[in-house]
Design a protein. Sequence first.
Length: 586
Amino acid sequence: MKLIPSFGEISSKTKDAFKRFPVTISWAILGTLFTIYTVESGDFDDIFYGKIILTFILGISWFIAARFFEEQFKTSKEWFMVIPFVFMLAFYFHLPSDKTRFNNEFIIRFILYFISGHLMVFVAPFILKWNKSAYFNYLKSVFVAIVRSLFFSLILYLGIVLALLAVKHLFNVDIKGERFFQIFIICLGIVNTWIYLSDFPKDIHSQIAIDYTKALEVLVKYILIPLVILYLIILYAYSLKIVINWNLPKGWVSYLVIALSFLGFIIQILINPIQKTSDSRPIKRFHPWFYYLLLPLIGLLFVAIFKRVNEYGITENRYFVLVLALWILAMTLYMLFSKHKRIRVFPLSLAAIALVVSLGFWGAFSVSTKSQVSRFEKVYNDIKNTDFTTTYQKKDQLRSIINYLNKKEAIDKVAPVLGYKPSTAFNTKSSWQLQSKLMDTLAIKVTDKPADKYRNYHYSINEFNMLIDIKGYDLLKNIYLGNSGNKKEKTIDKYRFSLQEESNIIAIWKEDELIGNINCSELINKLKQQDKNYNIDSSLMTLEKEIASLKVKMLFKSISMPNPNKEDKNYMVNANTYILIKENAE
């Protein structure tokens, strides 16, 4: 298959592609035009338009997959194209309201549907009919189509951009920056999609002649399989270390086992049509030895996952890792014991899982919320039973749970434990204020100082709804004190403020004359006695002093200190502060 076809071939394939995929291409054109309009009108970042753009993006792969699936039937099933359209409508109306930001849940759900749609493209023509040779050729066509469409789109985009830049600089024509983004949208949305769809043969199942190139064999034999062996050596060496030291595995090992599994499955797909006939021993023996060697590592994967779940509960991330572990185990057992070993099961099952885990009480979002609420109840009751006196670590665990639930907009789920709804009790629209007020209301006292790994040497107040009393002062300015910034930025009228190096002394200059210093050491010592670093009471971050003929008030928004190995490093590195001054104070 040629990578770069002739112009006539492109023109012919373009017409055929529209006849074959009229709904998909029309959808891509509408989505592209709508996105261009939002860029032109300045509404690209608006939540309402963002919902529509996401729906258009999601629909392309699902309409392609639906068309491929429909082509498996002998008679036309045009009505089948309604299914992805209904799915797009359901997705759109399930998105948050126009005045709400996209939270992590909706972003993750979009990614899951996006992945699922693309996986369905990889398998849709072979759901009802199976031929491993035709499937291999189909996957090769998909890969070539992706490379070719991206290559053509990129070349076209760069060519047009260079032409516009030439016109702009040679003829002094004013070209808005938005035009370059709009051209990018056209190339990606219309050109890329159209060229991609023009590369698929009509009779997919009749393409059974295997053309297994030498380059592909070299890639598998000398690059991919050696990488698998390398990962296996590393993981088995780590497993031996665990047995010798009798330690539980680190959570990071989960990602390496998952990466190894995916690499092995990809190799299996690549060698599937030639494995039995190949003269290469690594290719011929890849199955079943890879799967036998993978089984113990899957056990290691489950141990690592359940260790983290037992310590910190289930989050979306741990849920997905656990589901992937179960899927890897299922695929491994399938490849070892199934008679058919049809590799379409890889993308098909993963696409189905991506859909299933996003919905219902069994889904990632519901399970993770319930797990963290249960964990909150346990930690909260432990602290409550000790009269709200506990270690810094346990308090930090509670704060972490509250922060997690707050980001998920599920903080009111802890109402049965607390006896009240935090959102109602604190009556604030700020999510940051909500979790801060909840922690402050609990008034938890700590019995120890935080270890360095829990310490944060940056202190800040809560600026939301903060009022600054300017009575008795003439001027107010927000100033950054530190090594960066110029003198003008640190000056109020003719007075300049500077933080002395490795000290808590703030020097005050009148023009070029030093008129006095403000020592912040007492303030720093009080801050270090606090068991929290944020939402500090503003009174603890305020200093007032009279110097010569100047009255000064400093309200620090934030103060940063070095993270010391020694206790004597109690000086400010930088500070962000409001400074109020009055001359000729009596």
